[in-house]
Design a protein around this ligand. Structure first.
Ligand code: ZN
Length: 440
């Protein structure tokens, strides 16, 4: 469950009083882990037992006894670790060579929001199969397909990662597009991909619209246009979002834009093209999350050798400056022959090329991912009281990060989604919203 906001939390508390939610699972599951990795400590312990009950971890350790009657899952030949986080994906957007020549302007004209929501459900399962138990879904999702996906997963209709979703990206008129007057005026063809907000009143209204329609983070275009948002305007976004308990991520592409976002105290910065040594030092000092979206050269056509060289150098510089790094992909396209999850995991190539040690890549993919998602106290780490999400791989990712390419086992909320390398999601499917249709 995502961290409740103040108002949303109060609403849910009231609804819970009159709710007839299904009782928690009584069955105890005991997982035998051959090796259990703690990414935060950078250590691994052998022969551990993890107990799960009611969708949560209840005990973890080398001396934990398996209770009589517990279902035992034997992962003694594998390395168990917490689930991975992609801090920037677009699950309801899949642009492709055919028919739109990889131009996403056309995707949202050709693909309806309902179709994209179903694509998102599939992309979410593909991410979960690759070990990503949390995905921050950062806009370009049609008319709130991201909220529908989050609710479908939280209510218990379908399996998927825990979704932190931004709703519609808020920008000055046009957003990331450079629309023609015919597109923008009267026909509203820019909407729903971007929400226009050019004045303080519009900024407040746009934040409230996204919060109303189920966003759990706010995403803004800081500098998609030469005029961009000022420091004061970014602060207005942050203050208004805070009223709903939400953080603000900035799409940033210029040095000036990054400077303004950092000065305003934004929560996280997406993309790396506006980030240099000076800005990295400021981000490290202020604790601003970096979601650099470092596309690897191996995803042919989605970066260039020159651009990749700069991306690797910037990531290295951010690491050396101690910037809080998250693993983020910006995956929103189809790569023939690969699942969305396989596209996402490919991004470890960039991190390896930046010379970042496996333990710190793993921290970016886990501990820091929970941090930027705001779930550290509820979901992510393997510890008593937290949601029972974990994955298992044959190798040891502390020694070889490529071990993460072969996720053999995935548990989400205490339910087995993947076993022996095969997806077995049957227990996630129900003829109704078993976790409660009142979840919003
Ligand atoms: Zn993006």
């Amino acid at each position: 469950m995502r961290t409740p906001t103040t108002r949303r939390g109060a609403l849910l508390a009231i609804l819970a009083l009159v709710s007839t939610a299904a009782p928690a699972l009584a069955q105890v599951t005991a997982i035998r882990a051959g090796r259990l990795v703690d990414p935060e400590a950078g250590t691994a312990a052998t022969d551990q037992v993890i107990l799960v009950e009611g969708g949560r971890f209840v005990a973890v350790g080398g001396d934990v006894r398996v209770p009589a009657g517990a279902e035992v899952i034997d992962l003694s030949g594998l390395t168990v670790l917490p689930g991975l986080v992609d801090a920037h994906n677009h699950l309801a957007l899949t642009y492709k060579e055919e028919p739109e020549s990889n131009v996403y302007y056309l995707t949202y004209v050709l693909d309806s929001t309902p179709l994209r929501a179903i694509q998102a459900a599939s992309n979410g399962m593909q991410m979960l199969a690759a070990g990503f138990t949390i995905v921050r879904d950062m806009g370009n999702n049609g008319n709130y397909a991201d909220t529908a996906l989050r609710l479908a997963i939280e209510q218990g209709w379908i399996p998927g990662p825990t979704i932190i979703n931004s709703g519609i990206i808020i920008g000055g008129m046009g957003g990331q597009f450079w629309p023609t007057p015919e597109m923008a005026m009267g026909k509203d063809i820019v909407y729903p991909e971007y929400l226009d907000a050019d004045t303080p009143d519009e900024i407040v209204k746009a934040v409230r619209q996204n919060a109303l329609f189920g966003a759990t983070v706010i995403k803004i275009c800081v500098d998609c246009k030469p005029w961009g948002y000022s420091v004061d305007e970014i602060r207005l976004f942050i203050d208004e979002a805070a009223k709903a308990g939400l953080k603000v991520e900035g799409h940033v592409q210029t040095l000036d834009g990054a400077g303004r976002a950092i000065e305003a105290g934004i929560w996280s910065i997406a993309h790396d093209s506006g980030l240099d040594d000076e800005r990295h030092k400021l981000m490290a000092r202020k604790g601003i999350w970096r979601a650099g979206t470092e596309t690897p050269l191996t995803l042919t056509g989605h970066t260039s050798p020159g651009r990749y060289e700069r991306t690797v150098a910037r990531l290295r510089n951010a690491y050396e400056n101690g910037v809080p790094l998250t693993f983020s992909t910006d995956a929103d396209y189809w790569v023939p022959g690969r699942t969305r999850g396989e596209v996402a995991i490919e991004f470890i190539e960039t991190w390896k090329d930046a010379g970042i040690p496996p333990v710190d890549i793993l921290r970016a993919m886990t501990v820091n991912g929970y941090g930027v998602s705001g779930t550290t106290d509820t979901r992510g780490p393997i510890g008593p009281g937290l949601a029972a999400d974990l994955i298992a791989v044959p190798g040891n990712p502390l020694e070889d990060i490529d071990a993460l390419r072969e996720v053999r086992f995935v548990m989400k909320d205490g339910m087995v989604f993947k076993r022996d390398g095969v997806m077995t999601p049957a227990e996630f499917f129900h003829g109704g919203p078993v976790n409660g249709w009142r979840i919003r």
